[in-house]
Design a binder for this molecule. Structure first.
Ligand SMILES: [Zn+2]
Length: 444
């Protein structure tokens, strides 16, 4: 569907956001004079694609409600050109204006002024920027959505320009993707065109069950159902992960998002069991960087039995999270441990975080901490051959292997809420089922 010829306005409306950012030269599209204020549903379209790597992927776009409102053009004789570009790594405002087809020197000078720079500082890699230019290449107006969901609109006017910021009206679309892990989670999510923020949410949701730094295996599979926020049919950012399936070493884990009255909301199994556990499986922040680092560090690691802790190779400065609610017992220096934090939890449990480069602000003896709080940063203080986190889990001061210990679960859904939970989450579960069936069909 991506040809570079001129399209009429209906064609623009029908462009599926699922097609993603379009690389290549700037497209110039002349808009018709009539305002387009259509709202249409692109009905469920399931299609499987087999990528060059041979990894089967499935992409489904459901209920894409596109409501673009494009302002009418007053002068039919000088139809503006409509251009859209993504801000790319290494881009400057000048290179972006080049690609947007802005040719006039006056505008380019204006856009280099500090007042304009103040607006453009909200551009991020991947931000979609749209502009209208006259046939001569004069900028008529330009707009984009900031990471904080503000619509910035810039309009040159009589040797100056106006800049407005207003809340962008975003539409949530539901995206469904799945993939198989061959080397790393991020390689797999890249292949499936899943945003990093969704990959990290996936790891967070199952953080009580899976140590994403150690437990992943080739052949693990995932399915994610998530919101994608769009503005006038253009994807702006990913939203919340709504449902997920993760098959880790043949163990099937499923999660659906549910917000009960008066609660912050959370993730549950389709049966209504809370996925939040009293402890996270891994104390290390999961990111693109840390996910690749462990493998490189691995040859230096010792066996758990030898030194009664688990070592996580990670770049210096990586954030360390406390794995359960508790109170800091020690934040200081101790022989081989270097900079170490110990946290006391309920039931005689303590956790230890060693070789830190430093402590997070406010972390000292007596500080109350909640699961997932950042308490320190990876370093190599004490007896450490490289930057890594040494993590211990003790029960009544006896070492336990945190990789294998059974961890207590958080409180379940109230008995009276399960029926409501099931009725609300049924569609999400159905989507997971649908993706799984589609995948099976593709694999056969
Ligand atoms: Zn260690």
């Amino acid at each position: 569907m991506n040809n570079d010829t001129q399209r009429d306005s209906q064609r623009i409306v029908a462009q599926s956001p699922a097609s993603g950012p379009k690389p290549g030269p700037a497209r110039a599209i002349a808009l018709g004079a009539a305002a387009v204020a259509a709202s249409l549903f692109a009905v469920v379209a399931a299609f499987g694609t087999v990528q060059d790597s041979g990894i089967p992927l499935t992409t489904l776009s459901i209920e894409q409600q596109l409501s673009p409102t494009i302002e009418p053009v007053s002068d039919d004789s000088a139809l503006p050109y409509f251009n859209e570009e993504r801000f790319q790594r290494g881009d400057t405002v000048a290179t972006l204006l080049d690609r947007l087809g802005v040719d006039d020197a006056d505008t380019r000078r204006l856009m280099a002024q500090p007042q304009a720079a103040a607006q453009f500082r909200w551009l991020r890699t991947g931000t979609s920027v749209q502009a209208r230019t006259s046939p001569e290449g004069n900028l008529l107006d330009l707009w984009f959505v900031t990471p904080f969901d503000k619509l910035v609109k810039i309009q040159p006017r009589d040797g100056s320009f106006t800049a407005e910021q207003q809340p962008a009206s975003l539409t949530a679309e539901v995206m469904m993707k799945s993939g198989e892990i061959r080397s790393s989670l991020f390689a797999a999510t890249d292949n499936a065109n899943v945003p990093d923020t969704v990959a990290v949410q996936l790891a967070d949701v199952f953080a009580g069950d899976v140590d994403f730094h150690r437990d992943l295996r080739k052949g693990d599979r995932f399915t994610v159902v998530y919101e994608m926020m769009s503005h006038q049919g253009r994807m702006v950012r990913s939203g919340r992960l709504l449902a997920a399936e993760f098959i880790n070493q043949k163990r099937v884990l499923r999660a659906v998002w549910f917000q009960d009255e008066g609660t912050k909301g959370g993730y549950y199994t389709p049966e209504g069991k809370n996925l939040r556990k009293a402890f996270l499986r891994s104390p290390l922040e999961f990111s693109r960087v840390t996910s690749g680092f462990a493998m490189r560090f691995h040859p230096l690691l010792q066996k758990w039995r030898a030194h009664k802790g688990v070592d996580y190779g990670a770049p210096p400065g990586t954030r360390v999270k406390v794995t359960g609610d508790g109170v800091v017992e020690l934040a200081g220096r101790q022989d081989g441990y270097g900079n170490v934090i110990t946290v006391r939890h309920n039931s005689g449990l303590t956790t230890w975080y060693a070789h830190l480069s430093g402590f997070a602000a406010g972390i000292r003896k007596g500080t109350r901490v909640s699961q997932g709080d950042v308490i320190g940063y990876v370093g190599q203080t004490g007896w450490a051959t490289g930057p890594h986190l040494h993590y211990e889990f003790r029960v009544n001061n006896e070492h336990r292997n945190p990789l294998t210990i059974a961890l207590p679960a958080a409180e379940p859904l109230g008995a009276g809420r399960v029926t409501i939970f099931r009725s609300i989450t049924a569609t999400l579960v159905a989507r997971l089922d649908m993706l799984r069936d589609t995948n099976l069909a593709l694999l056969e």
